[in-house]
Design a protein around this ligand. Structure first.
Ligand code: SAM
Length: 248
């Protein structure tokens, strides 16, 4: 049977397409793309002609069987999304899971992913992190979604659009607290790549007063609970000590 390649594409800077990705995209029989127009732009840029098939959230169930049939007939398929690594807040999971269930060979072709790209340069602890993807759209859902990670000691990584980032920062401040360091990584690998640093409130203010900072897409990184936990423990010990001294 054929090989299913999961191919990462650039998140802005076309020079970030790897040599291996370029070769595989030019050699496979079929490219399954989240948005065929978007992928055509990339392929045209590289001078690659290929047969494309749309594979996105809305036709996954209909298209997956066709792709699996192609693989079982011995054809090689590459899965790509609009930007970055497929399956990471992008379509592809059910195809890869189904391919694995059938014992097909799935080959990762690594490259850019906005989460790792942002983490690598933000300056927040990188030894442990939790990728959360996109927050829910409504405030109450977003707040309970954040409540579930209050105790997480690793750096939190969220995806968000510039338009909604202000509201999400407000909820981060309200639920996780204003004493967390936050980094906004915007337009990564592009001309106007920007890193902003501050508390949730400071960064929300910055977005409010500087509309430029609301353009495009961004990654929000939030310091984990590490220090707060140590602080809590110190506080507990202090209280126990006082109790020990005052109680008979
Ligand atoms: N699969 C992609 C990846 O591996 O990063 C993510 C796709 S997801 C639909 C798009 C989100 O990724 C954006 O809303 C933003 O949060 C983030 N993102 C993608 N490209 C970015 C960039 N150049 N700069 C900052 N964030 C980016």
């Amino acid at each position: 049977s054929g090989l299913l390649y999961v191919v990462a594409t650039p998140i802005g800077n076309l020079a970030d397409l790897t040599e291996r990705a370029r070769r595989i995209l030019s050699e496979v029989d079929l490219i399954a793309a989240e948005d065929t127009r978007e992928t055509l732009r990339l392929l045209n840029h590289c001078g690659i002609s290929a047969s494309l098939i749309a594979y996105h959230d809305h036709n996954e169930t209909a298209t997956a069987p066709r792709l699996l049939a192609a693989l079982e007939e011995g054809r090689d398929v590459a899965l790509v999304s609009d930007a970055g690594t497929p399956l990471i807040s992008d379509p592809g999971y059910s195809l890869v899971a189904a391919a694995r269930e059938r014992g097909l060979t799935v080959v990762p072709v690594p490259g850019a992913s906005a989460a790792i790209c942002a983490l690598s340069a933000a300056g927040l602890p990188s030894d442990r992190f939790l990728f959360l993807g996109f927050p829910p759209r409504t405030r109450s859902q977003r707040q309970s979604w954040l409540e579930a990670v209050i105790a997480e000691p690793g750096t939190l990584i969220l995806y968000e659009s510039g338009k909604r980032a202000g509201e999400t920062l407000a909820d981060i401040g309200a639920v996780l607290g204003e004493n967390r360091r936050v980094v906004l990584a915007r337009e990564l690998t592009k001309r106007f790549e920007t890193f902003l640093f501050g508390s949730p409130h400071e960064l929300a203010q910055r977005l409010e007063t500087d509309p430029e900072q609301r353009l495009g897409e961004l990654v929000i990184l939030v310091e984990g609970r590490r220090e707060a936990v140590e602080g809590d423990r110190a506080e507990q010990e202090r209280v126990l000590r006082i109790l020990g001294e005052t109680l008979p």
